[in-house]
Design a protein. Structure first.
Length: 360
């Protein structure tokens, strides 16, 4: 018999109802664990802190860039609103001038052509000013360039999930398995993810990122060993540190591409991170070589619940309760039918059924 002490979970389910019936007893039910579960890699705290410091250094300049971008966007919206209101006021003045001239002037071509010329000149001046503003904005935008590191980062749970799924789908379409169970695949030219950093300790609920180990394992099953994706959890408080460095409100997941030049300085750290893999997704030849080390031992959970002491009496009581509930439903339907027929009779006879019902 194993000497391992069983862990006891005292968490109460939200769907559990409090039962204080003395006629119930405590029972334990056996439940098999899921064999397709993929655990998160175990990373020491000092290694997590080093990766966090690396990410903060990579994000140098991104926060300032986002602040400048947000400030210029606000200025652009303010200018657009001002120009739009100015153009509308000019057009309204021109239209009012045309209507006044048309009522006061004679029916001659010269008198009618002048307001039209003024209108064209006013609109042309407004278009010219708008064109100058657009040219200045284009010039400023050309001078403002984002940090080069942004091309190698994928930020956000949804964005990282989409990129992993697209890489898995593209790899599955090009995989060819021959009779000797050799796998050959062609990778797209798009840079692929090398490392995924997850602020797991700061995410609530953690189920938001529970799918990432499975996606990483599926991606690694279709790749060569040199192209494996590493999954690295970060220490508690890393989410707000990265959010301040990136100029965002919240940062939960960051993926770094394999073409990032700064990753070469942490190759030794990445080698110490366990590689996630799913043996049931590997080809037969590769899965047989890992079968001894990847097999998950059978784990049986014991769920603590309650059951009636006298099952026969509980069954009879349950049957009586169902019959009583059916009778109550029948009585309710019968009462509604009587009330409906009484209202119909009152309409036919021209009697106010409201007072007749209350008087009964």
């Amino acid at each position: 018999m194993s000497e391992t002490i069983a862990r006891t979970y005292t968490h109460i389910s939200n769907r559990a109802r409090a039962r204080q019936d003395v006629d119930r007893k405590v029972v334990f039910k056996s439940v098999l664990d899921n064999p397709f579960r993929i655990r998160w890699p175990s990373v020491p705290i000092n290694v997590q802190n080093r990766f966090l410091a690396l990410l903060v250094n990579l994000a140098n300049g991104i926060s300032e860039y986002r602040q400048v971008l947000a400030r210029e966007n606000r200025q652009r919206k303010r200018k657009d609103a001002h120009l739009q209101s100015a153009n509308m006021s000019k057009k309204n003045k021109v239209v009012s001038g045309i209507s006044n001239d048309a009522t006061e002037a004679d029916d001659t071509d010269s008198a009618v052509a002048m307001p039209g010329g003024e209108e064209i000149s006013e609109v042309t001046m407004g278009d010219a000013s708008a064109t100058e503003v657009e040219a200045k904005e284009a010039k400023n935008q050309a001078q403002r360039k984002p940090p080069p590191i942004l091309e190698h980062l994928t930020i956000g749970i949804n964005e990282v999930t989409r990129k992993l799924e697209s890489q898995i789908n593209s790899s599955r379409q090009t995989v060819i398995i021959s009779d000797k169970y050799t796998v050959s695949s062609e990778y797209s030219r798009q840079p692929r993810i090398k490392v995924i950093f997850v602020c797991r300790a700061d995410i609530d609920p953690p189920i938001l990122v529970d799918h990432l180990p499975h996606l990483v394992s599926a991606c690694n099953s279709l790749r060569k060993p040199l192209d494996f994706v590493k999954l690295v959890p970060l220490p508690k408080g890393a989410e707000f540190t990265l959010a301040a460095a990136l100029g965002l409100r919240r940062v939960a997941v960051i993926a770094v591409d394999s073409t990032t030049p700064e990753l070469s300085s942490c190759d030794s750290l990445l080698e110490s991170i366990p590689t996630l893999s799913a043996p049931w997704l590997l080809p037969p030849q590769q899965s047989s070589s890992r079968r001894t080390e990847d097999l998950v031992p059978t784990h049986i959970k014991q769920v603590r619940t309650s059951a009636p002491k006298d099952m026969k009496a509980a069954r009879e009581q349950r049957v009586k309760g169902r019959a009583a509930a059916k009778e109550r439903i029948k009585e309710r339907i019968k009462g509604r039918r009587k009330l409906k027929s009484f209202k119909v009779l009152g309409r036919v006879m021209g009697v106010n059924t409201r007072y007749r019902v209350t008087s009964v």
